[in-house]
Design a protein around this ligand. Structure first.
Ligand SMILES: N[C@@H](CCC(=O)N[C@@H](CS)C(=O)NCC(=O)O)C(=O)O
Length: 207
């Protein structure tokens, strides 16, 4: 199994899942800063030119959430996805919540603060995205009261995806005022097989 990844990106979600599963994999760095994701060899794997990509035999899978679900189902004995239908539905619900309601404002903020060329960045959209994020974070804050994990009483892939997404929010100082989310994220990253925090992954590629 090969994981095409780059330190501080959404590939963290997949690396975290693989580490928790204890599965051997070959990590392949695709340096986004050097433009390696636009090279023809990589575009053959993912025509979208994005990370992460998982290659497992003849399966070439893109989309971080599809990959973590595939891994959880492939190694079902590790119980990173519930077998109960209603609990699985809850896992899917929170995966979609993380990637639509939480991630999208963060993605807009990242684009308008560091990804788009300076003359195309919109400070007004950054401000709007901050406002879009907060009520959705409040929904999760309320959900996490009295809970250790997002669904049920054991860890699932929804926790890895959400904790990474909250760490991304933390990079924008968006978790101030959300003590449950801050504590939950820190608890998740304190797990022995957790991936690196975004800041640490950035520091590693700069060193
Ligand atoms: N929905 C995709 C998003 C993938 C994505 O945008 N990856 C970023 C890194 S976090 C990327 O590769 N960006 C390169 C680019 O957009 O040029 C997923 O979750 O896998």
């Amino acid at each position: 199994m090969r994981l095409y990844e780059f330190g501080p990106t959404r590939s963290i979600r997949v690396r975290w899942t693989l580490q928790e599963l204890g599965v051997d994999f070959e990590p392949i760095t695709v340096n986004l800063m050097a433009g390696d994701h636009r090279r023809p060899e990589f575009l053959k794997l993912n025509p979208a030119g994005k990370l992460p990509v998982l290659v497992d035999g003849d399966l070439v899978l893109t989309e971080s959430v599809a990959i973590v679900l595939y891994l959880a189902e492939k190694y079902a004995d590790k119980k990173l996805i519930p077998t109960d239908l209603k609990q699985r539905a809850e896992v899917n619900r929170w995966l979609l919540f993380a990637t639509t309601e939480l991630e999208q404002p963060l993605w807009r903020m990242s684009r308008h603060t560091s990804i788009y060329p300076e003359d195309r960045r919109s400070p007004a959209d950054v401000a709007l995205a901050r406002e879009d994020f907060k009520p959705m974070a409040a929904v999760l804050e309320q959900h996490m009261r009295g809970r250790e994990f997002i669904v049920g009483d054991r860890v699932t892939v929804a926790d890895f995806v959400t904790a990474y997404t909250l760490d991304w929010a933390n990079e924008f100082h968006l978790l101030d005022g959300f003590p449950e989310l801050t504590a939950y994220m820190e608890r998740m990253y304190a797990r022995p097989k957790a991936a690196l925090r975004i800041a640490a992954a950035f520091a590693k590629i700069r060193s």
